[in-house]
Every structure is written in C-alpha cells, then in structure tokens.
Ligand binder design. Structure first.
Ligand code: PLP
Length: 396
C-alpha cells in the first residue's frame, strides 16, 4: 500500500510540467528564440565573478581527495563560522557557528523543519500566494498547510485574516519575502504587526509558534526596497537562506538555516533538525561548494538585469491593460488573467508559444506567474504576443 497523499505529491504540478515539456518540444521544432518561456524560476545571469575565482582557488590549492571528501553533516566549522559572522555583522543579531546548519538550499530547511515542527501533531500555515512545495512538505508528514489570504490586489499581509487563521494547532508559519510567485516584498509594518500577533498567540496557547523565514530571494530587491530580516523582529524565527537565486548557483545546492540563540527550545530544535537530516539521508552539502559559497557571502549576480526585465515586462503589460501587482523583488510577475480560469488562459497563450504558469498552483486562482529571469530579448520578442492576447481579451 502506498500512501495516496505521497502519490498525489509526486503527480501534482502536472500542468507546470506539461507546459515546460511543451516549451522544450516547441524549442526543438521552431527554435528556442521563438518560444517565450516564462515558466521556470531558474537564474539566467552568471554568478558573480568572485565565485569562479574562488572555485578555481580551491581546485588549484586543495587536493581532490580533500576537496571532495564527506563534509560534516551540519557543515564545516569554518563555513558555519563565516555564515554566523556574516549574519551577525549584516543584521545585528549575534549568531555563533553552532547556530548554523549548512543545507542543500532552502528546500532542505523547509522539508526538515516541517518534519520537526509538525511531528507532534501541529499544522503549518502560510500566506497565499505561496510556493507550492510547502503543502507537499506538510502533507508528506501527515499534516496540512493552512492557507491564509493576503490583501487582495497588493498581496501584502492581512493581519485580521492571519488572526483568524492561527489556531492552537499552528506550530509553524512559513513567511516568504520577497515572494514567489507574486514578487511582493512584505512591508516592515505588516511584519511587525505579525510578530506582535504571534507573541500574543504564543502566550494564549502556551507553546511557541515558529516563523520559518523562507528567504532564497532576500537579496533580490529593487529600487532600495527594504527586505526585512525576520529574526530581527521575531525571536522564534529560523532563518532559511539559499545561494540558488541571488548568487545564481541553484544546481550546486547550498544554503543554510540559522537559529537564534535565545529562541524557545533552541537546543532540542537544533538537535531534532540534525536527526531528521540524518533520517532523510542528507549526508552533507557538496564539500567544495559550501566552502566556495561561504567565501563569497554577500556577493550577488548582476541583479540590475532582472530589474531591467521587470521594468520592461511590468511596464509593457500594464500599458496593454493587464493588471499585475508591482513586483519589488524576486524575479516573478503575477498577472491577473482576463478570464477567471487561469489554466485556460495558459493554454491559450501556449498556442502562441507564450508559456506562463497558472496561479492555482500557488493557491491563488485567477492569476498566472511569469518568471522574468530570462534574457531581455525573450521579453522583447514576447511583447507582440502579449499584446495580441490583450486585444483578444478586450483589454486594449
Ligand atoms: N522557496 C521558494 C519560495 C522558492 O521559490 C524556491 C525555489 O524556487 C525554494 C524555496 C527552494 O529553492 P532552493 O532549495 O534552491 O533554495
């Protein structure tokens, strides 16, 4: 007997896979330049030059046997120390090496923390729209994800809705800012309100409620927008970070989670995470890449290119009559569909080789996500097709 929820987890996301596969097939037939593929959130910009220099330095100076050996499960002490120092210096919260676990991106943090925090029967909560994997993580451990709506149109936090959604079962709240899929950066005011609400609820229910700060896009903010470091405003926050997006290293699988020293049940939480990583078979993060990434902390790829893409796509689409929330971060544009059925809109766009993903996959029907981490030319070439759709749906 195979658990149906696990089976569903493996089979879901079909529409996204279907669209992506269609795109790959079309690219072979008509040439990649004629397919406007906005489906995948994979960086298109090279990592900063320091990454290559650092990698070459390691390759030239450390023997292969040493460089590619098993690393400690929680990461090299030197790597953990560099991360702790960086966080302490950048955000003013004192972290020590022993507060850091090096992980295979934020995915590992999310899967492990979900298992740890929900194993005694609690539930997870997040704000819609949200990254779909949160749901699979919760369901795969026999729990569920409560989806809390955000403010319509702006997708900023709605504290009244949050108050209604939190129950005595709520053990963890996943907060993703800058957000996938909306590109919204949650404002400090809303986040501070959320922190105060959680403090109150913790007291009322007599147990901690942890924020899992899913921050792979933390550095991807534009126009001097503030990207709040959540542990700064809420003690029971586990900071989850990844080198996948800002440093353009998604395939190398490096990230970390960091625990505030003064959080509730800190030692048990930390030990349980190490135990679950072992149970899930996370032996260690790539020995070389964790050292390279830690040496390059703070460096990002040239994100001004994403901003140029954002400005062109957002400016053009809104001028054509599409409604989209202004994305202040990440590399996604969330576009309201001119018909309620977002999947139907995606299928229509597909006919003209414009590939976007329905918002239903992110807990928000009536929208599509366009990942604009593509080359600028793809956006330019896609505009006549967007315009054609706008006309067809009577937007302009
Ligand atoms: N969280 C969000 C919101 C994401 O969009 C992604 C990837 O797209 C992840 C987590 C996982 O990324 P990684 O494991 O590469 O850090």
């Amino acid at each position: 007997m195979i658990d149906k929820k696990l089976v569903a987890g493996g089979n879901s996301g079909n529409i996204i896979r279907e669209i992506a596969e269609y795109g790959a097939e079309q690219a072979k037939k008509i040439g990649a330049e004629n397919v406007y593929n906005f489906t995948i959130g994979s960086p298109s910009i090279d990592p900063p030059p320091v990454v290559r220099e650092t990698m070459e330095r390691y390759l030239d100076s450390v023997s292969a046997a040493k460089l590619f050996t098993y690393a400690p499960a929680v990461g090299y002490p030197t790597v953990r120390q560099k991360i702790a120092d960086y966080l302490s210096k950048t955000h003013g919260i004192p972290y020590r090496a022993q507060d850091v676990i090096v992980t295979c991106g934020t995915s590992t943090c999310l899967a492990v923390l979900t298992r740890v925090l929900l194993s005694c029967g609690g539930k997870a909560m997040t704000f819609a729209p949200y990254f779909m994997d949160y749901k699979y993580y919760a369901e795969s451990v026999g729990s569920s994800l409560i989806e809390c709506p955000t403010e319509p149109e702006t997708f900023q936090l709605d504290l009244n809705a949050a108050e209604r959604a939190i129950t005595p079962d709520t053990m963890m709240l996943v907060v993703n800012t800058p957000n996938n899929p909306s590109g919204v950066v949650f404002r400090r005011e809303g986040l501070e309100g959320l922190a105060a609400l959680l403090e109150r609820k913790q007291k009322e229910y007599g147990h901690p409620i942890y924020i899992v700060a899913d921050g792979p896009y933390r550095e991807l903010v534009y126009d001097d927008q503030e990207s709040v470091f959540l542990p700064e405003i809420y003690r029971n926050t586990i900071d989850c970070f990844s080198f996948s997006k800002g440093m353009s290293l998604p395939g190398e699988r490096v990230g970390f989670m960091a625990f505030r020293q003064d959080m509730d049940d800190r030692d048990d939480l930390f030990a349980a995470c190490v135990g679950v990583m072992r149970a899930y078979g996370y032996i260690c993060v790539s020995s070389m890449w964790q050292q390279v990434a830690a040496d390059c902390l703070g460096a990002t790829s040239d994100i001004s290119k994403y901003k140029e893409n954002r400005d062109l796509l957002y400016g053009s689409l809104t001028e054509m009559g599409f409604t989209c929330v202004h994305p202040d971060g990440a590399f996604y544009l969330f576009v309201k569909t001119p018909e309620p059925d977002a999947e139907a809109f995606c299928r229509r766009a597909m006919q003209d080789n414009l590939l976007v993903v329905p918002g239903d996959s992110f807990g928000t029907p009536g929208y599509v996500r366009a990942a604009y981490c593509v080359d600028h030319g793809t956006i330019e070439r896609s505009l006549p097709t967007w315009r054609k759709l706008a006309r067809e749906y009577g937007l302009s």
